[in-house]
Design a protein around this ligand. Sequence first.
Ligand code: NAP
Ligand code: MG
Length: 404
Amino acid sequence: MSRIEMKTPLVEMDGDEMTRILWQMIKDELLTPFIDLKTEYYDLSLTHRNETDDQVTKDSANATLKHGVAVKCATITPNAARMTEYDLKEMWKSPNGTIRAMLNGTVFRAPIIVKGIEPYVKNWKKPITIARHAYGDIYLNTEMQVKGKGKAELVFTAEDGTKTSLPIHDFDDKGGIIQGIHNCTESIEAFARCCFNYALDVKKDLWFGAKDTISKKYDHHFKDVFNEIFEKEYKAKFEEAGIEYFYTLIDDIVARIMRSEGGMIWACKNYDGDVMSDMVSSAFGSLAMMTSVLVSPSGVYEYEAAHGTVQRHYYKYQKGEETSTNSVATIFAWTGALRKRGELDGLKELCDFADMLEKATISTIESGRMTKDLALITSIKEPKVLNSLDFIKEIRKNLEEMTV
Ligand code: NAP
Ligand code: MG
């Protein structure tokens, strides 16, 4: 078979630790033998971010805005321990945070479903994709504890100095707690558009829930913004695509999700998304089987695995010990990005290759050959546990059978 030629480069963001090792194995075994891989390479390893004063992260985000599609390896977000370990000049910010802010994007997380790794909720048959609004609410709050009697008020001072105030509470002598939160219409609009665009892109229903009956201004504004944008810009497109936008109260959504068979995109306010994404990912079995894509309102895509750099496995790898690290989510980051690149460039072979690589990966697991994390939770009898490289090589064997 001749190698597939690419037209536009894919932005490649390399990363850290065990996922950096997997990254190279995936490229060597599963990509370059089949594709004349054309990438614009950015090394986002912590060492290189430190050398470039984190400029490389910003450059990679700008390249993504330019080319439209990126694939990212997991990266270390430095903390105090990493400062010493890597002798850092500064505690650099999370690359994901920086890229998300530059793309003004929303993160969509979805599990990869295979037979033999059953979700804990037995009626969930299709992936549930969670979209989390990553701006504001309690994550940018102002809080106060008050120790005695007094009055709390909400005050807004307009640019011209006009004040509008509302009473919050008259505290008794035991005092209490107060919290001020906000969100911006522009951010909610961008979130809504990301969700509607992504739903059209993957042809799945979009569900959104908030607490508008109790929060008649705050949560109601989210509901109104979504409705207005939907009616004006997306209603016809949704009808044409045969998908639905559905709003109901957040508690109703939770109840319906539990009874559903999955398959929808669930848009969540910031806190709901934080909590529910952990619930959904653990219910589907494994963090190593969770994909993640950052989508900008203008339609720029960055694909990655939802898990981190798998530090503990990397330390074993460094000592020369055998590792059995699951590369599935990282493989799916590549297939997601290649398929999107193929769609944008009208390269059907590239889209077909992405489909085949996903099938080869899933069938490897379903035939009982898998990494240790999956072997521990599978219902398949006597699974064969493979090391990191052998698992990838098994996928290659399957892929070669499919591509001849
Ligand atoms: P992690 O890398 O996701 O790993 C946590 C644990 O989950 C691992 O120790 C492992 O469990 C299991 N695991 C995760 N992915 C796996 C895989 N592919 N195959 C097998 N097991 C897997 O999270 P972390 O240890 O909290 O974070 C490590 C580093 O990653 C941190 O420096 C953090 O900043 C970074 N991080 C980056 C991203 C990102 O770039 N998107 C996201 C999260 C964290 P066992 O050890 O029990 O086998
Ligand atoms: Mg969380």
